[in-house]
Design a protein around this ligand. Structure first.
Ligand SMILES: NC(=O)c1ccc[n+]([C@@H]2O[C@H](COP(=O)([O-])OP(=O)(O)OC[C@H]3O[C@@H](n4cnc5c(N)ncnc54)[C@H](OP(=O)(O)O)[C@@H]3O)[C@@H](O)[C@H]2O)c1
Length: 255
């Protein structure tokens, strides 16, 4: 089998790092991206994830850049193709949550969420389009969120909800566009998911405890729980599933 080339954004911690660890194996080529923290202080974390993936047998290229700049997303795709010759699978995971209700949140907050979440997804799939079509296993997985249609315990993330909801809508229409080319496009919507200490957390320690308590299975998701769903959508077995959003939330969406 040809090497599969997978680009994962936001792979320095949490869900993105778990996806990298989950799919790293001999015969896999990974482009692992993260911002690296505002001043590059988190680049070593991304390098550590890359090293773990190499130890599992994968070929790994590391790239950094702030997705607020559209040329960063385009550059990731270009560099993946330049390095490995093609691009088969895209995991649009980089993102953050903003816990500010309307009245506190600014127009700049809204624009920033749209730029980093919806805008980067748009740039990534636009740049990746010809490569996904050329692949015999084109796959796109976008990491959405429970916040699109839930306000559990009154926790409000309107800017994040708007950006993730727009991304989900775009993913669904993009799925229709490329279905005839054998490319699948799906979203995974995590519930409350454990953060690494290096991760970007929008909640206090006590709020995370309350989040676990309000989740029907009484725990936070582990990043590996989310990575398992992503790996399924990336797999050959999921070739006939497209345009879907899979909630991985311990039942949070049922209450
Ligand atoms: N954890 C949850 O409860 C939860 C729930 C629902 C959805 N999600 C979604 O799942 C995804 C991963 O979350 P996580 O909990 O694993 O978060 P995390 O550990 O904080 O990781 C976020 C990743 O995104 C990158 N990133 C953030 N802003 C960026 C920017 N402007 N440009 C480029 N990269 C940027 C970070 O890079 P650096 O850290 O290197 O700067 C990091 O690699 C996010 O899209 C999030 O919205 C999370």
């Amino acid at each position: 089998m040809d090497q599969r080339v997978t680009l994962i954004t936001g792979a320095s911690s949490g869900i993105g790092a778990a996806v990298a660890r989950r799919i790293a194996a001999a015969g896999e080529s990974l482009v692992l991206h993260a911002r690296g923290g505002p001043d590059g202080e988190k680049i070593p974390l991304l390098e550590a994830v890359a090293e773990q993936a190499r130890e599992a047998g994968a070929n790994v290229q590391v790239m950094t850049g702030d997705l607020r700049h559209p040329d960063v997303a385009i550059g990731l795709v270009d560099e993946a193709v330049e390095t490995f010759g093609h691009l088969d699978r895209l995991v649009s995971n980089a993102g953050f949550a903003l816990n500010k209700p309307v009245g506190e949140m600014t127009r700049e907050d809204l624009d920033h969420s749209h730029t980093v979440i919806t805008g980067a997804f748009f740039e990534l799939v636009t740049a990746a389009l010809p490569h996904l079509i050329a692949s015999d296993c084109g796959r796109v997985v976008a990491i959405s969120s429970f916040v699109v249609d839930q306000v559990p315990g009154g926790r409000m993330f309107p800017a994040t909800a708007a950006a993730k909801g727009a991304m989900q809508a775009m993913a669904r229409t993009f799925a229709i566009q490329v279905a005839g080319d054998g490319v699948t496009v799906n979203c995974v919507a995590p519930g409350f998911t454990e953060k690494e200490t290096s991760g970007h957390s929008a909640l206090s320690h006590s709020s995370w405890k309350a989040a676990a308590d309000m989740t029907p299975d009484r725990r936070l998701a582990k990043p590996a729980d989310i990575a398992a769903a992503v790996a399924f959508f990336l797999s050959d077995e999921a070739a006939h599933i497209t345009g879907q959003t899979l909630r991985v939330d311990g039942g949070l969406s049922l209450i």
